[in-house]
Design a protein around this ligand. Sequence first.
Ligand code: UDX
Length: 451
Amino acid sequence: MPLSDTTITVIGTGYVGLTTAAILANVGFKVYALDISEARLAAIKSGRSFFFEEGLDPLIEKAVKYGSLIPTNSYEESIPESKFIFSCVGTPDNPDGSSNLDFVYQAAMTSKTYLNDASIYIQKSTVPVGTGRKIETLLSDESQNIAYLSNPEFLREGTALKDLLSSDRVVIGGDNQDAKRILKELYQLVASKRNTIAELGGIPIDPVDTKYFETTLESAELIKVTSNAFLALKISFANSIAKLADRTDADIVDIMDAVGADRRIGRSFLDAGRGYGGGCFPKDVSGLIASASDYGVDLPIMTAATDVNESMPGYIANKIQHELGTLKGKKIAVLGLAFKAGTSDARKSPGVKLANIISHAAATVTVHDPQASEEAATDLRKEILLASSIDEAVKNCDAVCVATNWKDYAGLDFLQIKSIMSGNIWIDCMNMFSPIELQKAGLKYIGVGRH
Ligand code: UDX
């Protein structure tokens, strides 16, 4: 049977699962999108995603209409006929920072009853090193030996389709060489259809020379968290130097442009600002610290990265207070609640944290986001006002903070904005604006490590 005629189940229809399922369904596979959330399943059935991700809805719509993407809540319906089972369930953090693996184990345990001999069970969720070995043992018994692979996902929200269709690398970890070969073939098949799928989603993709890494289960698990931890470290490093630049005449953007020009270092992820947020970095870093500690290993470098990151919203609030004399009674807008541009995701959002800190200091806070207001609302203090337009948010404000680098904010007419503000303080929490342009409009520019 040709590979494309096989059936796939993707367990979990979050950012990773749904994007993966939508692409595989457009490659030609029959794909079950398995989830316990009726709301998510209903959205898929109607041809769309429950979250905003550029280019994803046309893929879902086409595959659902064609019958190749089947939303279901039934393991019994989907698993028995599936050759590949991708586990993409959530791994939230426990209050102590360790990873909560309840969904990972539940998915594996429930699947076990229905798996067939030829099934390959693939873990895409980010799990602490050593988890895969336990699940592998749990899935197999005297009657059958299920192939278990770790195939971590590196996609970023906002560019998920592009990342999946033009990956720098595909990592496949496990002991079963046949299963590893077949999964690699699946990825090569996806790569052969990448242009057609990108066109359907209306997203641009660059040519790419994807590297395949075949490793042990443990290496694959550690590759994922190590990548994210290192990127988080770069951001916290940039933010530490930005604090020093703030005390001098140095400019963090100039510094990192020159430092990053050294190819051994690289420019990416050295953008100082309000720190990292989202569903991955904070959780993956704390998960790595906790799992290393289980093995008796201390990672003080990652604890420091977390501390620096957590300090950033408060550090920015202090800058505003310094400019205004006090926060009490001042009117301040925070533009940007998504943890980054291009997504409606407001999990662990620095913009939300900043708004809450300023509001807690008795300022009147208005917030705006083009996509994430609804999601952010539950995490915002009840005193904070959600504005439906940028003008409404900034009107009569003493200071405006931009906390997400949305295009909508980059292209603002600063003269017009200044004319409706009462003050002139502009806090560039993403270092995304030109200080000169803002000064020309009569605004006082304050960046992070930038004047
Ligand atoms: C990240 C990883 O990049 C991805 O490979 C992994 O699969 C999941 O975690 P994501 O969480 O979607 O992806 O966002 P990313 O683009 O990496 O940004 C994370 C956070 O860091 C955002 O809040 C962003 O604003 C911030 N950031 C990023 C900085 O503050 N400075 C930078 O230089 C880069």
